[in-house]
Design a protein around this ligand. Structure first.
Ligand code: ADQ
Ligand code: G3P
Length: 726
């Protein structure tokens, strides 16, 4: 097996210039860096990332830092001061971070820095490609590197690439605010496997992929541009055994005892100083607790430890001032000479100090306004081998999806949160222990090592399934050879679907008129010696006549119900009277009224309900219901119900596009037939082709066609190729 290449913005250690410019290496804080450290140590391989701001280090000191990082299998990707300002502090942390945490109001008036974000992502992709060897797995992490999967896919088409997002993926209504939304989605869709903490984030991602780039989505996968990308829920764990063992160590027990010596119960908050963590509202709720319960004054204290984070980003500087002011106000109001209501520490703590606080706390308050997971909640639980202690947890932390035995709060409801703090302080011991036992079972049973193993195993499986090539375009050499055969044929018949094959889909059928380049291409093909061209469409004959009537083409409308030979007149296949038509029309009208953006297309023999311009998810759900309804109603009728690309069609049985094949071969001149189409109705056309014909499917959907091109542009290029000399 190959190695695991972990790729993240920040390495688990940060290099700094110490005294006199000496190299200083510290552990990084933050969930990703602390969390992935254990799996990196265990799984081997390399970790590629930013080593921190190297300002103030001489060239020799940087070499020394590189050598020390290499000892730990860490590969640095240095960033310049400008890149740190515009890629890290700018686009990543002043734009993506607030937006993904639903803080749209924090976006600057102008979203800038994407060019640098792109450049740095390309640098990361280059650094990975330099290290990659056949068989290696690539695991990219988080929002700072969302373009890397596609950039890497381009450089290493055969690599297995996974991506995990540590923060929430927001609702598509929020995500779509980003000017670069399509680029970011396309970047992510370069991966084979995309992992998220919760099923809600998976759902939001799939919804954005469907709505913004038109990907085909299912619960656990997305199909796009001929590739299949798996989606998975992987709730991240912590190194639970490590926290448990540290919490049992005599050193930590001693420190925890010292914390408790004062005798007043401890409420504890541990956070990166970040506006998403809900520190201000937590302080307000604590203030409300002291106001509503005077008996708790002098009888409780809140220890709030906030580790400095992203200090060059304005919102974080403002937050620091706001928290300082709030702490000052609560002190001013409630402190007495012998009692401080809040112990506020603005720094990071070493692991034993952190765990001693977890061990000493009566309740830990994890009240983010929005959080991907929140590892503090899990660390606290793992650090309680004594089985006591209460976890208060925001319902907006990803962890809430797993830790149902915590006391859950809505942090926006400050008064209620205060009451939950009170409840945490007064919960009977039995209940505390029951809840903690269940929480520990979950946290100890699903640790970060199991999490990493599950992700890597899923990534390996994606490769084993080989799903991604199934619907990929035919290799260029294969397509070229087929087209060369067509060019060499003395007589050639082209059977071409229209929508989705020769033109891209438009919001409504009438807007998909042919452009001059297409008309020219069809004219040239029809003028090619020995060549007949047929358009085989599900459209009404009026549209085909209006657009193509003047061209020397065979026209086939309504899936072959109507046909007009080249230079001839329209003729229809006789069909029985359609008793079903009026009631079906009534039902379609009802669905159209209830589904904004949908329309009915009335054809001679069939009826089509288009929902391309409706909300994609609601439209699809309505189509499913409509289909069930019609299937039941039309059981005895000689009709078929055909789901197409955002259309549901009812048409008489026995009339399908295959009929065009017979008409095209009518002359019995031994033509080689080439058929092209993109949806299910074109499968009838492909099925009716005589042996030796060429069937070319357009797009990524499953098809019986032996050849495949990616999209309309590629379909037209293939047709244009037929015009070059044999
Ligand atoms: N004062 C202090 N001193 C020492 N250590 C401190 C500290 N304050 C915090 N830490 C440590 O920093 C880490 C913070 O992890 P979190 O999960 O809370 O959030 P973060 O937002 O960094 O991570 C992102 O990634 C993680 C992992 O995926 C997601 O849980 C999260 O939602 C997402 O925002 C914890 O390991 C904690 O112990
Ligand atoms: O300090 P940062 O900016 O690397 O952020 C730390 C968090 O873990 C981001 O997921």
């Amino acid at each position: 097996m190959g190695r695991l290449l972990i790729v993240s913005n920040r390495l688990p250690v940060t290099v700094k210039a110490g005294r006199g410019g000496a190299v200083e290496i510290q552990l990084s804080t933050g969930g990703l860096a602390t969390g992935m450290k254990g799996p990196h140590e265990r799984l081997g391989g390399l970790w590629i990332g930013w080593p921190g701001d190297l300002e103030g280090l001489s060239a020799a000191a940087r070499d020394e830092a590189d050598a020390r990082l290499a000892e730990h299998r860490l590969v640095p990707v240095p960033l310049s001061a400008d890149e740190i300002a515009r890629y890290y502090e700018g686009y990543s942390n002043a734009i993506l971070w607030p937006l993904f945490h639903y803080s749209a109001a924090r976006l600057p008036p102008e979203v800038s820095g994407f060019d640098v974000y792109e450049r740095v992502n390309a640098r990361f992709a280059g650094a990975v490609a330099d290290q990659w060897r056949e068989g290696d797995l690539v695991w990219i992490h988080d929002y700072q590197l969302m373009l890397v999967p596609a950039m890497l896919r381009e450089r290493l088409p055969g690599a297995r690439i996974g991506f995990f997002l540590h923060i929430p993926f927001p609702s598509s209504e929020i995500f779509r605010l980003l000017p670069q939304r399509e680029r970011l989605l396309e970047g992510l869709l370069g991966a084979d496997l995309l992992g998220f903490h919760t099923s809600t984030f998976v759902r939001h991602f799939a919804s954005s992929a469907l709505r913004l780039v038109g990907a085909t989505t299912e619960v656990d996968r997305v199909r796009w541009r001929g590739r299949e990308v798996r989606l998975g829920v992987f709730p991240m764990g912590i190194d639970a055994a490590h926290f448990d063992a540290l919490a049992r160590s005599p050193e930590v027990e001693e420190r925890a005892r010292a914390h408790r010596a004062e005798g007043t119960p401890i409420l504890l908050g541990i956070d990166r100083l970040d506006y998403t963590k809900g520190i201000q509202r937590r302080l307000l709720a604590y203030e409300a607790l002291l106001r509503a319960h005077p008996e708790l004054r002098k009888k409780v204290r809140l220890v709030q430890v906030a580790v400095p984070s992203r200090e060059n980003v304005e919102a974080y500087r403002e937050l620091r001032d706001e928290v300082d002011a709030l702490v000052g106000r609560i002190h001013g109001e409630y402190a007495t000479p012998g009692w401080s209501p809040i112990h506020y520490l603005y720094r990071g703590l070493a692991p034993p100090d952190l765990v001693a606080l977890y061990r000493a706390a009566d309740a830990v308050l994890v009240t983010p306004l929005r959080d991907g997971m929140n590892l503090v909640a899990k660390e606290f639980v793992a650090a309680r081998p004594d089985g006591d202690g209460v976890l208060v947890l925001s319902e907006f932390a990803g962890a809430a999806a797993e830790l149902a035995e915590a006391l859950l709060v809505n942090p926006y409801d400050v008064e209620h949160t205060a009451e939950v703090f009170h409840r945490a302080l007064t919960l009977p011991e039995d209940e505390r222990r029951t809840r903690m036992a269940l929480l520990r079972e979950r946290v100890l049973g699903h640790d970060v090592h199991g999490w990493a193993r599950a992700f890597v195993a899923a990534l390996e499986q994606v490769e084993a399934a080989g799903g991604r090539v199934e619907t990929a375009p035919s290799p260029p050499a294969v397509l070229r050879a087929a087209l060369a055969r067509a060019r060499a044929a003395p007589r050639l018949g082209l059977l071409l679907d229209y929508d989705g094959t020769l033109v891209p889909f438009a919001p409504t059928p009438d807007l998909a008129a042919p452009d001059p380049a297409l008309l020219e291409l069809l004219r040239a093909l029809a003028a090619r010696p020995g060549t007949q061209v047929h358009l085989v469409s599900g459209r009404r004959r009026e549209s085909l006549q209006r657009w193509f009537g003047a061209l020397p083409l065979g026209l086939h409308a309504e899936h072959g119900l109507w046909a007009r030979p080249r230079g001839g007149t329209w003729q229809a296949v006789p069909i029985p009277e359609a008793r079903w038509r009026a009631p079906v029309l009534g039902i379609l009208r009802g669905f159209t009224d209830r589904t904004p953006g949908s329309i009915i297309e009335e054809k001679t023999a069939g009826l089509a309900w288009h929902y391309r311009s409706a909300d994609p998810e609601y439209g699809a759900a309505q189509a499913k219901e409509l289909s069930l309804h019609l299937t039941e109603l039309l059981r005895e009728e000689p009709v078929e119900i055909l789901p197409g690309d955002r259309v549901l069609e009812v048409r008489p049985r026995g009339v399908d596009k295959g009929r065009a094949v017979g008409l095209a071969l009518g002359a019995g001149d031994g033509s080689l037939l080439v058929a092209m189409g993109d949806d299910r109705t074109d499968e009838d056309l492909f099925a009716a082709l005589p042996e030796g014909s060429l069937a070319i499917h357009v797009g990524p959907a499953p098809s019986r066609a032996a050849l495949r091109v990616a999209d309309v542009r590629a379909a037209r290029a293939a047709l244009a190729d037929l015009l070059s000399p044999a």
